[in-house]
Design a protein around this ligand. Structure first.
Ligand code: ASP
Ligand code: MG
Length: 442
């Protein structure tokens, strides 16, 4: 079995949805197709629920009308046949009727959760109709029937397997279609796997079913060795290990959901990133195979907050770090980078929602300094044998950039450097020149 996930831009126009159907139909193996919402839809639904939260119900209604218009046009262009158009219209009617019902109820967080996943229900139903019109029908699997979050809010792979397996009874080359993003939580309610969560759906299914491969079809020809929006002449990396891909997914390479590598790695299912706009491109293949070739990619994550706690009481004291970490735990704020000296510890967080409370509670432990708008630059690769060489090149490349924190040794795959956010682009370019374009070290 193979799992194929197509993101919103791959379905962004009716022409593209037809292209996806053609790609799917070329594959003879049994397959599960995971679809995101058509691009722009989830953003529109999130904006709509934000408006409802604020009580701006007129604004919400007009947003709903605009979205409906978009879909009316979409289905007109998707189907030439009037009979198919009528069926597609009935699908749109059904989900917009549901959306109107939801928006007219008193707002709650649970209603918001149901609203934001309607895009995936629409896209998968339209795609099923499209397959039907091409005489290659697929079987629609409601994700809510098998994608399950446990009490801790984590996807539970054994439960997903138990629920999904009995649904896959069709013949050899069957095509199944399901929604990304949507899941059911331990309370039985509709929930989601967070923004970009369809990738996670795909690797969770791949892991649960021990698929031969998970393919993530997107709008770029694989993970690149640097940010193509900032640096010229980046290139796709053809092979990455799970560890390397996991680091990159977390640190700013926005192609994959940060958690989606975990299930694939745990169950050793290869993940291939492919470009829907250029299916012949090789893309990136992520497997357990390691290739100790030093630096492979550079990624950056902005809007980072650094917190430094300085105290002479830290010298020879035990339990100091624990007390600090407990404050972050209490406010459910995860720490990304950490460095320590004898008298100070610096930490970074990318979610500063609870920053004021955290700072108040760590003040009794020492002098606290907060720096906002920082950036983590992360060099990813396999540094087992080459760490010294890579370190020299990184320092040389960044000689004019003020380094705020440096972290190496947490994993063999990541060297992270914290710098001021305003130097981010410059650092990405300079590192690119020195690591990949072989600028001599003088
Ligand atoms: N539609 C959801 C989002 O836009 C999930 C996904 O596309 O992966 O975040
Ligand atoms: Mg995505």
């Amino acid at each position: 079995m193979i799992v194929l996930k197509f993101g919103g831009t791959s379905l962004g126009t009716p022409e593209r949805m037809k292209g996806v159907a053609a790609l799917v139909n070329q594959i003879q193996e049994q397959k599960i197709v995971v679809l995101s919402a058509v691009s722009g839809t989830t953003n529109a639904l999130v904006a709509l629920s934000d408006a409802l939260r604020k009580g701006a119900s007129e604004q919400a209604q007009s947003a709903l009308q605009a979205l409906r218009k978009h879909y009316d046009q979409y289905i007109d262009d998707l189907f030439a046949d009037q009979g198919m158009r009528d069926q597609a219209s009935a699908v749109i009617d059904k989900y917009f009727h549901e959306l109107r019902r939801l928006t007219s109820q008193p707002f709650s967080e649970q209603i918001q959760k149901v609203i934001v996943v309607q895009g995936e229900l629409i896209s998968t139903n339209l795609f099923s109709l499209l397959l039907q019109s091409l005489d290659s029908p697929g079987h629609l699997l409601p994700a809510i029937d098998f994608m399950y979050l446990n009490e801790a809010g984590e996807p539970d792979i054994p439960v997903i397997k138990t629920r999904l397996q009995p649904l896959l009874k069709k013949s050899e080359g069957a095509t199944y279609v399901t929604q990304g993003f949507i899941c059911r939580n331990a309370d039985g309610g509709t929930d989601n796997l967070k923004r970009g969560g369809s990738d996670y759906t795909a690797t969770l299914i791949g892991a649960a079913m021990s698929a031969n491969e998970v393919q993530i079809w997107t709008d770029i020809d694989g993970m690149h060795n640097n940010d193509p929006r900032v640096v010229d002449n980046t290139h796709p990396i053809h092979r990455l290990s799970f560890d390397e891909a996991g680091e990159l997914a977390y640190f700013g390479a926005k192609i994959l959901h940060p958690n989606c590598i975990i299930p694939a790695q745990l169950h050793n299912v290869p993940v291939r990133i492919k470009n829907t706009m250029s299916p012949e491109s090789e893309g990136t293949l992520i497997t357990s195979q390691r290739d100790p070739k030093g630096a492979k990619a550079i990624a950056a994550k902005g809007n980072i907050t650094a917190i430094k706690v300085k105290s002479s009481r830290m010298i020879n004291a035990y339990g100091f770090l624990r007390k600090i970490f407990e404050v972050f735990e209490k406010y459910k704020t995860s720490i990304d980078m950490i460095t320590t000296s004898e008298i100070a510890v610096s930490l970074t967080v990318d979610d500063d929602t609870m920053l004021t409370q955290i700072v108040e509670e760590i003040k009794p432990f020492g002098t606290v300094e907060v720096d906002k708008d920082q950036a983590i630059i992360c060099v990813v690769g396999d540094f087992i044998s080459e760490s010294q060489g890579v370190g020299t090149v990184i320092f040389k490349a960044l000689e004019d950039v003020r380094l705020r924190m440096i972290s190496f040794g947490g994993s063999k795959n990541n060297i992270s450097i914290l710098i001021d956010g305003s130097s981010k682009e410059e650092a990405l370019k300079r590192l690119n020149d020195h690591l990949f374009a072989s600028v001599p070290l003088d």
